[in-house]
Each structure stands twice: as structure tokens, then as C-alpha cells.
Design a protein around this ligand. Structure first.
Ligand SMILES: [Zn+2]
Ligand SMILES: [Zn+2]
Ligand SMILES: [Zn+2]
Ligand SMILES: [Zn+2]
Ligand SMILES: [Zn+2]
Length: 289
């Protein structure tokens, strides 16, 4: 069973009362980042700091975001860090109106330091990677759904269930409307719904027509970095770039390309010294640090 993942304004009601914890490591120094009053690129406004949900009372001038809400560099930094840490977002939204802000706008308006830019980029990446693994699109309504039970492939979409007034389940593996009994951990009854392990075990061999010395190489491999299944069509060199994690790996020895090339210099079209790696019997799990 799954639930709709909502990252937008989920705890809007709590924000006003959430006064207990001070913002986590809000600044390396105690100094408040302030707008320079002469900055012609900012639109200053009087009144409340509308992102100061913890009532800290920053002293800086207030400036308008693209959505029209007023922020100070510190309140905006706090708000965005909270979105990254507590809500696991991969994009920034206004805490008042849910308008989306670009990373460029946030960096500029929050006067992010180079360290903060690095921190925010890293957290955005981690959150996006986590989404790739734990969030899928419902085939019925395209909303993002999280899976709660990792051993059950049948997942309910609460949006579709509400709309159709009957439980709507889809298959986490083949992403089609669920067919067959529940719960199930291997596959549903839709044609072609196979677990990645069955695919790795049963897929055909590929003929790498430009690579010498390779026989018995399966046509589908799990990316050694992130575990996504990748198909080699037999053309060009033995290395292939994974579309999910963007890391290139050697289809023959299953090392990432840089490591394979270190062991086997200039071997794009030659078998690796360690030979053809056997069919995989487990799927690498993306280590998100
Ligand atoms: Zn706004
Ligand atoms: Zn749905
Ligand atoms: Zn299925
Ligand atoms: Zn990958
Ligand atoms: Zn190799």
C-alpha cells in the first residue's frame, strides 16, 4: 500500500506553531546575511519577513521574491534548508503560496555562500536520487506515489481510489494497473511483468559486433552503480552510460568504465583482462551517502 507523496506545503499549518527548534546550523558564523540597501536588482518592501516562520526577527531589509512574498536572506536560507532536510524536496517552493522558485533565485535572494550552494546542491541531488528509487508515477493519474511495503509490488494510488471510488492498485514493477491476487513480491499477472532478477537470469546473450574476444555476454545488465537495468544493443564499444545515475560502465566486466580502462588501457573494443562477468544474481543498490 502506498500513499500520495506531497511535498508541497505539507506542514503549512504547523509552521506557525513550530517554535521549538532553532534552525539547524543556520550560519557558520553568527553574522546575519543582510541585503545591501543599494542593490538595484532587489525590490525592497516594508513589513513582515514572510518566510520567518520561527519568529527570529532578522534585521535585514525585506525583498520581494518572484511570487511577491517578502523574505530576508536568513529567513529564506532557513526555509529552504528546512524544505531540503525535513521534506526531502528536490525543488524550492514558497512557504506562503507554493509558487516554485528556481535554484538561481534562491541562491541570489538568500545570498547563499559558496559552502551553502554546495550544501544545497548536494541535498537536492540526494533528494532527487531518493525520489528515483522510492517514488513512482501512478499509471492512472501520473501523481507521485511512495511505496510503504517494500515486499509488496501492489501499490494503491489514493488519488485514483478517491476519484474512481474503488481501490486503485498498480504494479510497482511493470507500472501497469494491478492484475491478480495481492500481496505479491515477484510479479503481477500482466504480460511481461518480470522481476529484474528474472530478466537478468533469462535475457538473451548479446553479440558485441565491434568488440573482440567476447562471448556469452548477457544483453541486459544491472548498472553496477545504481542497479538500473541497462540494455546493450551490440553496436559500438563495450561501455555504456546509465541513464539513471549517468555513470558509464563496462558491459563486459561490470566495472565502471574508468576502473576498467585503468586495468585495460584503451580496451574499448577488446575483452577485459578479467573476462566476461557472469550473469548478475543480485541488483546493486545505489549507495546514497
Ligand atoms: Zn509566495
Ligand atoms: Zn493514480
Ligand atoms: Zn506488474
Ligand atoms: Zn546507473
Ligand atoms: Zn571491462
Amino acid at each position: 500500500m502506498g500513499g500520495k507523496l506531497s511535498t508541497k506545503g505539507k506542514n503549512k499549518k504547523q509552521k506557525k506553531t513550530k517554535t521549538t527548534s532553532a534552525p539547524k546550523n543556520s550560519s557558520k558564523s553568527d553574522e546575519e546575511k543582510c541585503y545591501s540597501p543599494g542593490d538595484p536588482t532587489l525590490q525592497f518592501v516594508d513589513g513582515e519577513d514572510e518566510m520567518d516562520f520561527l519568529y527570529i526577527g532578522y534585521k535585514s531589509l525585506r525583498a520581494k521574491m518572484s511570487c511577491g512574498h517578502a523574505v530576508t536572506p536568513m529567513s529564506l536560507t532557513d526555509h529552504c534548508r528546512r524544505l531540503l532536510d525535513d521534506e526531502g524536496v528536490c525543488r524550492f517552493v514558497c512557504g506562503k503560496c507554493d509558487a516554485e522558485w528556481s535554484f538561481e533565485e534562491v541562491s541570489k535572494m538568500a545570498l547563499l555562500t559558496p559552502e551553502e550552494v554546495e550544501e544545497f546542491e548536494k541535498k537536492l541531488f540526494i533528494n532527487a536520487a531518493r525520489d528515483l528509487l522510492d517514488v513512482k508515477e501512478c499509471p492512472g493519474c501520473k501523481s507521485r506515489v511512495v511505496r510503504n511495503d517494500l515486499n509488496d509490488l501492489s501499490v494503491e494510488c489514493t488519488e485514483c481510489t478517491a476519484r474512481e471510488r474503488t481501490t486503485y492498485m498498480f504494479c510497482w514493477q511493470c507500472l501497469k494497473k494491478w492484475k491478480g491476487p495481492v500481496p505479491r513480491s515477484d510479479h503481477c499477472d500482466n504480460d511481461g511483468c518480470q522481476s529484474p532478477l528474472e530478466i537478468l537470469k533469462n535475457c538473451e546473450d548479446v553479440v558485441l559486433s565491434s568488440v573482440t574476444g567476447v562471448t556469452g555476454c548477457p544483453s541486459i545488465r544491472a548498472c553496477p552503480t545504481c542497479g538500473m537495468l541497462v540494455v546493450h544493443d551490440g553496436t559500438k564499444c563495450k561501455n555504456i552510460g546509465c541513464t539513471q545515475c549517468k555513470v558509464e560502465f563496462c558491459f563486459v566486466c561490470l566495472k565502471i568504465t574508468t576502473e576498467c580502462l585503468k586495468l585495460n588501457p584503451q580496451s574499448w573494443y577488446k575483452v577485459c583482462s578479467t573476462g566476461v562477468a557472469p550473469r548478475q544474481t543480485s541488483i546493486p543498490v545505489w549507495q546514497i551517502s
